[in-house]
Design a protein around this ligand. Structure first.
Ligand SMILES: CSC[C@@H](O)[C@@H](O)C(=O)COP(=O)(O)O
Length: 337
């Protein structure tokens, strides 16, 4: 199993996903600013992993705190703000921050060491829970797939995006264990290439048959009747089922509807944001324009060109056949009563 994050001797160690697949390199983060930076620059990414990384970061902040007890709350507020500002779309980040805040507030009268230890316990509990949640998502999700399934996915919603096993790739892993997978199609996922770099690497580690395509080839693959299902992860799901996920997901859902291929979202309940009724209210991150102008560092266009670089899009719920969660398979009207 791939370890995307772990705690070791008063530090958080993360797998540098920007180096994959060429190099498997771990970074030891001794203080929380380094972890916030790692989230911002995608060294750690994927909604559930972003949340757990922030949780470890808040624990680390308190464990490393050397100021006066009376200043701890202001210091914690600032650390929380720092993590909240890293990436706006994945609601798991805010879910994790809120959960950690609950621990911090509950122990308001305790000394700094006790609070630090309790925060670390909470982060580690989230880590273990996330693994179990993903196995449960996988078990439910694999029941939706036929024998010899050919499945298309985008981005990386795998072990690298979570604390292990993955969501969309968790469904694929469970189906593989049942002998049900004949082919995974991985979209490369421009501009940052999480599909080409991460999903391909992760699936090949587990000997799951994967074929890489550029994003623009998906329609052709579907038209050739080479596909039984599309399964993607999610960064935020509104109560009505509208789902924000990596840019390009919406296009795949439209294509899948045209070709009558079922389109599934796999995500933990911590990705469901019941405070918003529809996807219009989901904040969409716009990232650095050089992600589009350059590929792996090299300019692929005129360096001065204007660029639009939304990192996510929102798939309308009408295009989603089911959302696979750890609690079961949810169908329309999804999370609205
Ligand atoms: C289980 S991860 C689900 C999503 O977070 C994933 O599909 C995705 O879009 C990740 O985007 P990223 O920008 O790499 O963090």
């Amino acid at each position: 199993m791939i370890d995307a994050i772990y705690w070791e001797n008063e530090a958080v160690v993360i797998l540098d996903q920007n180096k994959l697949p060429g190099r498997v390199e771990y970074i030891r983060c001794e203080e929380h600013h380094a972890l916030a930076h790692a989230i911002r620059i995608l060294q750690v990414r994927g909604a559930p992993l972003i949340g757990v990384t922030a949780a470890y970061g808040l624990a680390l902040a308190v464990i490393k705190y050397r100021g006066s007890r009376s200043d701890l709350k202001a210091y914690y507020d600032e650390a929380e703000q720092l993590f909240a500002s890293t990436r706006p779309t994945a609601v798991n980040l805010f879910w994790a921050i809120t959960r950690m805040r609950g621990v911090f507030d509950r122990l308001a009268d305790q000394d700094v060491e006790q609070i630090g230890a309790a925060l670390l316990n909470e982060a580690q509990a989230m880590f273990v829970e996330d693994q179990n949640i993903n196995i449960s998502i996988g078990n439910y999700g694999q029941t939706l797939l036929p024998k010899n399934a050919r499945v298309l996915t985008i981005c990386n919603a795998g072990a690298l995006a979570t604390c292990g096993y993955g969501t969309a790739l968790g469904v694929i892993r469970s189906a593989q264990q049942q002998g049900k997978i004949s082919q995974v199609w991985a979209c490369e996922t421009r501009p940052v290439l999480q599909g080409a770099r991460l999903t391909v690497w992760e699936l090949m580690q587990d000997n799951i048959p994967v074929k890489l395509i550029t994003d623009s080839m998906a329609a052709y693959v579907m038209g050739q009747k080479e596909l039984d299902a599309v399964i993607v992860g999610a960064d935020r799901i509104a109560a009505n089922g509208d789902t924000a996920n990596k840019i390009g997901t919406y296009g795949l859902a439209v294509l899948a509807a045209y070709h009558q291929i079922p389109f599934y979202v796999a995500a933990p309940m911590s990705t469901v944001d019941l405070s918003i009724s529809s996807g219009e209210q989901i904040p969409i991150e716009e990232r650095n324009h050089d992600e589009v102008r350059r590929m792996r560092g090299e300019y692929i266009t005129v360096p001065e060109v204007e660029v639009f670089n939304p990192a996510f899009d929102v798939t309308p719920q009408a295009l989603i056949k089911a959302i696979i969660t750890e609690k079961g398979i949810v169908t329309p009207p999804f999370f609205t009563k």
